[in-house]
Write a protein that binds this ligand. Structure first.
Ligand SMILES: Nc1ncnc2c1ncn2[C@@H]1O[C@H](COP(=O)(O)OP(=O)(O)OP(=O)(O)O)[C@@H](O)[C@H]1O
Ligand SMILES: [Mg+2]
Length: 232
């Protein structure tokens, strides 16, 4: 899988926010995405999933242009968005949530990750099968949201601040799981985070956006040699 953005321009109405954003992401890689409030991180993910139109530039998935495709077609191709505030169904049990999303996203024999697989990958979730999603702790809800995004054949998961509201040890646990699962299953991720050090721990690449323009785009090794805060 290769997701490539070439000189993406996108924004709201006639107004452009992103100024020629380009990046490449391959199988199993995690791209940590940093920037100040209002820099354009969420806008970038919205353009990738299709919530806002791409005004200029190209978005390619394995060489196929996807920037004109509707959201549903991008979801079907394995691009998943985990929005800030968690994509869960608060009134449903964990089991019912997983069953419903599995029914929609998993084709028998043709899917990479089915309901048994998510329980095996996330054993703590299996123990919560009968709990109501809205009554789970913040960390548990975040794990459930991640599990729902994994069902089917995800190729690239867009994660928006998954650490919000989590105590530090749960952040490390969740990020450890993300790293393990992405590596093991060859799923790639773009990880928007304000917890820079935690995100750096699991990243392969780092991207920093400032007022809509990428000011750093490089390997984690390169990012470790610079003062990241100087780019904010
Ligand atoms: N729905 C919208 N309509 C118009 N302008 C918007 C909309 N959403 C965001 N913007 C503007 O786009 C710019 C980028 O916002 P964006 O949400 O992408 O920032 P961000 O990097 O995700 O910030 P944060 O870290 O605060 O989430 C900001 O100037 C913001 O005011
Ligand atoms: Mg945002």
């Amino acid at each position: 899988m290769t997701l490539e953005a070439r000189d993406l321009v996108a924004g709201y109405g006639d107004k452009a926010i992103l100024d020629k954003v380009s990046f490449t992401l391959k199988d199993g890689e995690i791209l940590a995405f940093f920037g100040h409030n209002g820099a354009g991180k969420s806008t970038t993910l919205k353009a990738v999933i299709g919530l806002i139109p791409v005004q200029e530039g190209e978005l390619l998935l394995d060489g196929e242009r996807i920037d004109k495709l509707p959201i549903g077609a991008r979801l079907d191709r394995g691009i998943k968005l985990l929005p800030e505030g968690r994509g869960i169904f608060p009134d449903l049990s964990v089991k019912d949530s997983i069953d419903i999303v599995a029914q929609r996203n998993c084709t028998p024999g043709g899917s990479k990750i089915g309901r048994d697989d998510v329980y095996a990958l996330l054993p703590n979730l299996a123990k919560l099968r009968n709990s109501v999603a809205g009554e789970l702790s913040g960390g548990q809800q975040q794990i459930l949201a991640f599990a729902l995004a994994l069902l089917g054949s995800p190729r690239c998961i867009l994660l928006e601040e998954p650490s919000v509201g989590l105590q530090p040890d749960l952040v490390e646990e969740l990020f450890g799981k993300i790293r393990e699962i992405c590596g093991r299953l060859g799923v790639s991720a773009i990880l928007i985070e304000h917890k820079i050090a935690s995100a750096m721990n699991i990243a392969d690449h780092v991207m920093i956006i400032n007022s809509g323009r990428l000011v750093f785009n490089g390997s984690k090794a390169d990012a470790e040699t610079i003062n990241l805060w100087g780019y904010f």
